[in-house]
Design a protein around this ligand. Structure first.
Ligand code: G3P
Ligand code: MG
Length: 254
């Protein structure tokens, strides 16, 4: 796996995989992103009942699987029986929820970089941080191959404590000047923001402190161009096809 220092090129991070074209956060979505020419995918992780780490955005099952209830109330073997693709399209009925370990293996196979977004359930911040770091270490992934992010300051604090070398991103949905002190505290690599809260001045302020700046979710190439002109390093996109073709990136030959 290459080092994160060759960062964000092409500057499109496939959000939950190519989530406009395949069910989000599944192997199909990650493979689709790769086939379109993306080098980066974003995925969301959370904990199961027994402390396994699974890849899913919501803390409940209804929207993206045929299950019901909270992810954290179910065991991993049960979650593996769910259909995580039919909600998106019949052709994806075979998609299953992935564990973080399965996903790390897939990323290695596909030679993809990943932003792992840690979705914390209140009170389980430490377990999630511990499990994510343990899985990455067991898989022998170089910390520099992954960007670990969260909206949860507690989670990022724990991750930094457990892993001094992990590459961390602080997520902000709304603008607040707290990023400055907090990012210094956790030695962040990037600040990942809702693109609606960005302005030229704010991007300059973040870049002046040497942070990479990424913006979500941008599906309009014209908006992406404005953000890039301000100095944004990469955008998260559900539909990497239009974004990548706008940037003249060819689909992967594989
Ligand atoms: O990490 C960027 C973005 O994924 C954050 O929002 O809700 O899509 O996970 P959300
Ligand atoms: Mg996310």
């Amino acid at each position: 796996m290459h080092s994160i220092n060759s960062v964000f090129y092409p500057p499109i991070i496939a959000h939950r995989g190519a989530s406009a074209l395949a069910p989000e956060n599944t192997a199909a979505a990650f493979r689709k992103a790769k086939a379109l020419g993306a080098k980066w995918v974003e995925l969301d992780v959370t904990l199961t009942k027994e402390g396994e780490v699974v890849v899913i955005h919501d803390d409940t099952l209804e929207r993206t699987t045929n299950g019901v209830g909270r992810v954290i109330d179910h065991s991993y073997p049960f979650l593996k029986t769910l259909d995580a693709g039919s909600w998106f399209g019949k052709a994806f009925a075979n998609q299953r929820l992935l564990s973080l370990v399965e996903t790390l293996q897939l990323l290695e196979q596909e030679q993809l970089f990943a932003n792992i977004e840690m979705k914390t359930v209140v009170g389980h911040e430490h377990s999630l941080a511990e499990q994510v770091i343990q899985k990455i270490q067991l898989q022998h992934m170089a910390p520099s191959a992954l960007l670990l992010s969260s909206f949860s300051k507690k989670t990022l604090h724990y991750v930094r404590k457990l892993s001094p070398t992990s590459v961390l991103g602080f997520l902000m949905d709304e603008w607040s000047t707290e990023w400055k002190a907090f990012c210094a505290e956790i030695n962040a690599y990037s600040v990942n923001l809702n693109h609606d809260v960005l302005s030229l001045d704010r991007v300059h302020a973040l870049k002046a402190e040497q942070y990479r700046v990424t913006a979500y979710v941008v599906n309009d190439p014209i908006r992406a161009e404005i953000l890039f002109s301000w100095g944004v390093d990469a955008v998260f996109s559900d539909c990497p096809t239009s974004m990548l073709s706008y940037l003249n990136v060819s689909p992967s030959a594989t």
